[in-house]
Design a protein around this ligand. Structure first.
Ligand code: NAD
Length: 336
C-alpha cells in the first residue's frame, strides 16, 4: 500500500536538499506518495504566516512528514516555526543519532550514540517578558508529565534498539527544583528497565566527557535546552551538521528533519550536503516500516562515502548537492 507523506521543503537551502532527498527516496522503491506543502519564508508573504493551518492539517492527516529547515529571524516578534510545529503537534521527543560514518572526516572513531531531547517545554516554552527597560526574564518550565514521558521514550528506544545504557543529563546541582524534578522522574522511570544501565551526568561534565571519549555513551536523555546544544556537539563528533539527521516524534505524528538550519549563505548554490536530509528520510522510512528501502539508501550512502568521489565541500570534496544525490541513486541502481 502506498503511504502518503507530507514534504515541507522549507526555505534557505531547504528546497535543494528536499529535492535531493525526494530523488533518492523515489529511487529506493519506497511506496511513498508525497504531499508537498510550503512553510517558512514562502508562505509569509502569501498567507501572512510562516506556518499556515493547512500545513499542520496535512501532517496531522498523513501522520508523517519530512521537513527541510526553516529560518527563524533573530529577535523580533516572530515565533520559530520549528518550535511552533513541535508544540502544536506535541512532538515531544527529538531524536538525533550521531554515528561515525566511513570516509567522513572526524577526530573520533566508534561513536554510536542517540541524543533524546525533550521537545516541548523548558526555556523553549517561550514564556518571556521584559522587566522594565533594562531587564528581561524567561521562565524554565519542567513538568512531571513531560519528563516522565521523555525518559520512558528514551528507555523504550534503548530497549527496541538493543542499547545498553541511558544517561540522564541535567544541572540539578544548581536548578534544584526544575532539573531536580527531571532527575526524580528519570530515576523513577529507570527503575522499570533493570536490564538497561542508568547513569546521571551534569551537563557541563557531559560536554567534557563527550569530547574526550564519546564512544562510552549510548542513549542520552535531557531537557530541551541542553538537548539543543549537546545534539549539535554530537553532530560535530561525527563529521558535522551536513551528516546529522533528526526526528521529532509524538504519539500521533512524526516529523523528520536535519539537525542543521537553513544555512542562508549557501542557499541557491547547489553546494550544501544533502546527507542530513537524506538520512532523516532513512529514519522516516524505518518509522513507517519501509525497512528495505531504508536499508538500500543507507548502504548506497555508505558506498558513496567510502568511495569518496562525490562528496560535497564540507566533506572535503567538490561535488554539488545534485551530484551527490545522483551518486547515491547510481549506487542503488547498481544493486546495492
Ligand atoms: P545552520 O545550521 O543553518 O548553518 C550553520 C553553518 O553550518 C552553515 O553556514 C554551513 O557552513 C554549515 N552547514 C549547515 N548545514 C550544512 C550542510 N547540510 N552541508 C554543509 N554545511 C552545512 O545554522 P544557522 O546559520 O545558525 O541558522 C540559520 C537559520 O536556520 C536560522 O534562522 C535558524 O533559526 C534556522 N534553524 C532552523 C532549524 C530547523 O528548521 N529545524 C534548525 C536550526 C536552525
Amino acid at each position: 500500500m502506498t503511504r502518503k507523506v507530507t514534504l515541507i521543503p522549507g526555505d534557505g537551502v531547504g528546497p535543494e536538499i528536499a529535492w535531493a532527498a525526494r530523488r533518492v527516496i523515489d529511487a529506493s522503491g519506497a511506496r511513498i506518495q508525497w504531499e508537498v506543502v510550503e512553510a517558512g519564508e514562502a508562505t509569509l508573504s502569501r498567507y501572512g504566516t510562516p506556518l499556515p493551518e493547512h500545513v499542520l492539517e496535512s501532517i496531522r492527516q498523513n501522520r508523517v512528514a519530512l521537513k527541510g529547515p526553516i529560518t527563524t529571524p533573530v529577535g523580533g516578534g516572530m515565533r520559530s516555526v520549528n518550535v511552533a510545529l513541535r508544540q502544536e503537534l506535541d512532538l515531544y521527543a527529538n531524536v538525533r543519532p550521531a554515528r561515525t560514518l566511513p570516509g567522513v572526516p572526524s577526530r573520533y572513531q566508534g561513536v554510536d550514540l542517540i541524543v533524546v531531547r525533550e521537545n516541548t517545554e523548558d526555556l523553549y516554552a517561550g514564556v518571556e517578558h521584559r522587566v522594565g527597560r533594562d531587564a528581561a526574564e524567561s521562565i524554565k518550565i519542567i513538568t512531571r508529565e513531560a519528563s516522565e514521558r521523555i525518559v520512558r521514550f528514551a528507555f523504550e528506544l534503548a530497549r527496541s534498539k538493543g542499547r545498553k545504557k541511558v544517561t540522564a543529563v541535567h544541572k540539578a546541582n544548581i536548578m534544584k527544583l526544575t532539573d531536580g524534578l527531571f532527575l526524580e522522574c528519570a530515576r523513577r522511570v529507570a527503575a522499570a528497565y533493570p536490564e538497561i544501565a542508568y547513569e546521571e551526568m551534569i551537563v557541563d561534565a557531559m560536554c567534557m566527557k563527550l569530547v574526550q571519549a564519546p564512544e562510552n555513551y549510548d542513549v542520552l536523555v535531557m531537557p530541551n535546552l541542553y538537548g539543543d546544544i549537546i545534539s549539535d556537539l554530537c553532530a560535530g563528533l561525527v563529521g558535522g551538521l551536513g551528516v546529522a539527521p533528526g526526528a521529532n516524534i509524538g504519539d500521533e505524528v512524526a516529523v523528520f528533519e536535519p539537525v542543521h538550519g537553513s544555512a542562508p549563505k549557501h542557499a541557491g548554490k547547489n553546494r550544501i550536503n544533502p546527507l542530513a536530509m537524506i538520512l532523516s528520510g532513512v529514519m522516516m522510512l524505518q518509522h513507517i516500516g519501509e525497512e528495505e528501502a531504508a536499508g538500500r539508501i543507507y548502504r548506497a550512502v555508505l558506498a558513496v562515502l567510502e568511495e569518496g568521489r562525490h562528496l560535497t565541500y564540507d566533506l572535503g570534496g567538490n561535488a554539488t548537492t545534485g551530484e551527490m544525490a545522483e551518486a547515491i541513486v547510481a549506487k542503488m541502481e547498481a544493486g546495492l
